[in-house]
Design a protein around this ligand. Structure first.
Ligand code: PRP
Ligand code: URA
Length: 207
């Protein structure tokens, strides 16, 4: 299952974050803002429980989230989405997966992994601005499943048909939420039109 969030507020911000003239400070702010909207949508089916709350006037029957939430940024670019998601679910725990794409083979190389104990049986939200070939996302899902994750959802800012197809073929039980499904990958396996190298643009390491 995947869903592109077409809300005008998301698409407006996406237009600005894609722009090559947008500098790293604004890029970071937009990544946070877009993530909040995507996360809002991605958590719409999260498990809740009924609770009684004493208002100043009476007792209200309310709903509270009833699962451990574990946010897992894929290092490094996923860190750029962390503030946005924690704004929405401030009590979530945070795990990390370190993966980079080998420039030659384009395959993900794993270099770090640390998950909180609540990963086992919990609802895990992988965040990474880009799903290009899908290799990094598939590797991160593999690691979380090995750690016993309950439900897994993925939030990215931009993906493409090719990458999405591979992720869904490898992990049909994982839902992907995105602001855009772009047309294709170029010869370097960059998403086109995409937004360029997300890590470099977030952290100002390109120029
Ligand atoms: C980028 C991006 C994803 C991955 C997507 O990370 O943030 O993790 O590439 O590509 P894939 O779908 O083809 O695997 P990158 O390898 O550039 O590392 P970085 O986050 O450290 O910049
Ligand atoms: N990684 C990025 O940062 N951007 C792409 O388009 C593909 C991989």
């Amino acid at each position: 299952m995947h869903q592109q969030i077409d809300h005008p507020c998301v698409q407006h911000k996406l237009a600005i974050i894609r722009d090559a003239e947008t500098g790293h400070k604004r890029f970071r702010e937009l990544a946070t803002e877009i993530t909040e909207f995507l996360c809002y949508e991605a958590l719409k089916n999260v498990k809740t429980k009924k609770v009684e709350v004493r208002t100043p006037l009476a007792t209200a029957i309310c709903n509270k989230i009833d699962t451990d939430l574990v946010v897992v940024p894929i290092l490094r670019a996923g860190v750029g989405m962390l503030d946005g998601i924690l704004e929405l679910v401030p009590t979530a725990r945070v795990g990390f997966v370190g993966l980079f794409r080998d420039e030659g083979t384009k395959q993900p190389v794993s270099y770090y992994q640390r998950f909180p104990p609540q990963t086992k049986g919990g609802t895990c939200i992988i965040i990474d601005p880009m799903i290009a070939t899908g290799g990094s996302t598939i590797a991160a899902i593999d690691l979380l499943k090995q750690a016993g994750a309950g439900q897994i959802v993925v939030i990215c800012i931009v993906t493409c048909h090719e990458g999405l197809r591979l992720v869904e073929a490898a992990h049909p039980d994982v839902a992907v939420y995105t602001a855009s499904i772009d047309a294709e990958l170029d010869d370097n396996k960059y998403i086109v039109p995409g937004l360029g190298d997300a890590g470099d643009r977030l952290f100002g390491t390109s120029h």
